[in-house]
Design a protein around this ligand. Structure first.
Ligand code: KG4
Ligand code: ZN
Length: 339
């Protein structure tokens, strides 16, 4: 890698995203298209997602190059998410990225999507000290819910994860029961503002148990039973109380599990939260309090960097290129996802 800018592609789920970063990690251009094609289906449809990436990605690459004021020949490397994710979208993004790198004769970096989320906190300017290792990452999105010990570049240890639904999935399913549409997390949070979090005593699955695993399906079932017992049609007040009680239960569960993760990772000086559910104010408040009580820092990247985006892919690629250079590894070897 000659240090010229890196173009990065993210297409593992329903966000089509492209970013260009310079060697220091500064963002020269960035766009995210959130596919709206899935709304009528109440969830991401893989076939539709892949076709939407195919339709939009080449144009988006052109636009971001223009935003950055760069010709394609000005790129020093190309990166793309190569997994985990929906294979159709991964093939579209990695195929275009590899093809560009091949024709430009620059390195192609295959990026692991979870690693990209894990390293986002280290983007220059996000935290005062650049989030030195080790730190604890709580990744909470529609598809992921896990605690990861980030011990160094390439050194990630999964301390625990969900044994059933992801946190965002639970928000979306409860939102659906409340008739809030999809994705329901943001709407549920808005509704919860008018409710009493103590109105319903809902279960807190796994709280107090050893380990750092999560479970939300019992909570979801309990919400369904409460709703069935409430007078129909559901009043606005009852709906808000259920939403607030559910959100409080999720925040309690997550705070307890993260507390356990911090206990087994005494070297962590920082708690980082990422993923779409990191947008939730009640959850952020709980995690802020928890970190303060443990005397460690708390970092929540701005929302556009918490949800799927290509800046994180570009940053993970830069960390990869730097580590490869330090270890004397040839950039060609970066084109195969190691994990
Ligand atoms: O990271 P993300 O954009 O996509 C993936 O799932 O990879 O996360 C989306 C998830 C959805 O389940 C959505 O309902 C949830 O994050 N979400 C929220 C909030 N904003 C988004 N959940 C709770 N409160 C929010 N404010
Ligand atoms: Zn993601």
């Amino acid at each position: 890698w000659d240090g010229r800018p890196v173009l990065a592609i993210e297409s593992s789920c329903d966000e089509t995203a492209v970013a260009i970063l310079d060697a220091s990690g500064a963002v020269l251009g960035e766009r995210v298209l959130s596919q709206q094609d899935h709304l009528p289906f109440g969830g991401v449809v893989p076939e539709i997602a892949a076709r939407a990436h195919l339709a939009h990605l080449p144009g988006l690459v052109r636009t971001v190059l223009d935003d950055a004021g760069l010709a394609v020949a000005g790129l020093g490397a190309v990166a793309a998410t190569c997994g985990p994710g929906l294979i159709g979208g991964l093939l579209v993004g990695s195929g275009l990225g590899r093809g560009m790198a091949l024709s430009l004769e620059v390195p192609f970096v295959a990026v692991n999507h979870l690693e990209a989320h894990a390293l986002t906190a280290r983007l220059p300017g996000l935290t005062a000290d650049g989030a030195p290792f080790p730190y604890l990452l709580l990744l909470v999105s529609g598809g992921h819910c896990q605690c990861i010990a980030v011990e160094g570049f390439g050194r990630y240890r999964r301390l625990g994860g969900t044994i059933d639904d992801a946190a965002g999935e639970a928000f979306d399913k409860v939102a659906k029961m409340l008739g809030l549409g999809w994705p329901g997390g943001p709407a549920l949070e808005r509704l919860a503002r008018d409710g009493d979090p103590k109105a319903h005593r809902l279960p807190r699955p796994l709280i107090g148990r050893a380990g750092c695993d999560f479970s939300f399906s019992g909570l979801k079932t309990a919400v369904a039973q409460r709703l069935a017992a409430l007078p129909a049609p559901l009043s606005a007040g009852d709906a808000a109380d259920v939403a607030a009680s559910f959100q409080a239960a999720v925040a309690d569960v997550v705070a307890d599990r993260v507390g356990h993760a911090l206990a087994v990772m005494p070297a962590a000086r920082l708690l980082v939260v990422a993923g779409g559910v990191a947008a939730n104010g009640a959850l952020r408040d709980r995690l802020t309090t928890l970190a303060a009580a443990r005397g460690i820092g708390f970092a929540a990247p701005p929302l556009r960097l918490c949800t799927d985006n290509a800046v994180m892919v570009g940053w993970a690629a830069i960390e990869t290129l730097r580590a490869a250079a330090a270890a004397g590894i040839a950039p060609d070897e970066l084109s195969v996802p190691a994990r």
